[in-house]
Design a protein around this ligand. Sequence first.
Ligand code: C5P
Length: 235
Amino acid sequence: MTKVFCAIDTPDLSRAVSLSSVLSNTGCGLKLGLEFFMSNGPVGVQSIRNAYPDIPIFLDLKFHDIPNTVAGALRAVTRLDVQYLNLHAGGGLEMMRAGLDAVHFEADRLGIAAPRLLAVTVLTSIDQASLSGVGVDADIENQVLRLARLTKNAGLAGVVCSAKEIEILRKDLGDDFILMVPGIRPQGSDNQDQKRVMSPVEAINLGASHLVIGRPITEAVDPQIAVADIISSLA
Ligand code: C5P
């Protein structure tokens, strides 16, 4: 199973392709997000997919809209044949179920493996004051737990969560639920703008199933060695 997903946070297709090429034999996956997608569109994803069909891709577009619109968007991106997609759990149970149905319907129609659908609970950029500001009086941890339970109830495969939520979510949601965790820093690397970081080994030991790691790989002198070191630390 692919444990490490490298965040390719660039609008530049040629940079993304060259990073994919460098990382293609390391055993890591790629996370492509909104910055890449809004610059290069589905064609950009397809060009990486076609050039490196063995690299798993997590397309991190975080959909949040009415159920019918999210279903349509997910149907469209399911055609890209990536391995992980996501939406916001805050869109509600009905939206998540409509999204999941759309993914399965389209994957079945195309005869491809259905991508795993994950949910974002509370963004890590949201603090207690911002949460109250949008009318949610629960504390962050309870809100994350509530939305993660709703995600499981909707039948989705898991959530994207911060390192500090791994333990409680793993305990509450069981072993099969995917916990995809960003904010990871190998020992000795720069925290950059990440406030609360955890090492790859710590996160996996606490129960993370996948790690999202960007700049410690993409800005390393040798990204291939950086990934190899991370992956071997987890063996
Ligand atoms: O470079 P770095 O390892 O900090 O990149 C982490 C990636 O994970 C980025 O793509 C960032 O947008 C994403 N992410 C995050 N924190 C979250 C959700 C996503 O850092 N809570």
